[in-house]
Design a protein around this ligand. Structure first.
Ligand SMILES: [Zn+2]
Length: 159
């Protein structure tokens, strides 16, 4: 059961994403609807069950809009996990992936990467992930280990 909980990996990835997501406003969370950052407060996380990747929810007290870290980025509404997106952000050209084995969803990660290309988020996110010591191979390995772990302890599928 321990493995199913939010892990250190998820927390680290969420920290890196948040830092990149709000880099443009100097780390201040800005309401995507009224573009005001003065009265944005954390939204009670207990009311949001799908906080498994530790990204945060906020509430703007100016316009009463509730939004999460993903909102306003290409990640919003994608259904892909933050781990998958982070791997896509660090994805090297196929030729450079040493341990890639057949059947792995390279095409899918490539598709996520294509959506990230050209956004302000991508370079900022790459910097934050690299600063925390992540490479594509390292992240892929860490994710694979945890997925294996959660599958062996419960029947639930980890996303
Ligand atoms: Zn607002």
């Amino acid at each position: 059961m321990r493995c199913q909980a939010i892990t250190t990996l998820d927390r680290t990835l969420a920290d890196a994403f948040r830092a990149a997501r709000w880099a443009k406003s100097g780390g201040v969370v800005i309401c995507p609807r009224c573009f005001d950052g003065r009265d944005v407060v954390p939204y009670p996380s207990a009311q949001r069950r799908h906080l498994k990747d530790t990204l945060r929810w906020y509430r703007c007290r100016c316009c009463l809009w509730c939004f999460a870290d993903r909102y306003g980025t290409v990640l919003h509404g994608s259904g892909a996990s933050l781990r998958a997106w982070a791997q896509a952000a660090l994805l090297p050209p196929k030729a450079e992936i040493r341990t890639w084995s057949p059947g792995e969803p390279y095409a899918w990660l490539k598709e996520l990467r294509t959506r990230l290309e050209g956004t302000e988020l991508l370079p900022a996110w790459q910097v934050e992930l690299t600063r925390r010591g992540w490479t594509f191979e390292k992240l892929r390995h860490a994710s694979a280990m945890e997925i294996r772990c959660s599958r062996s302890t419960t029947s639930a599928t980890k996303t």
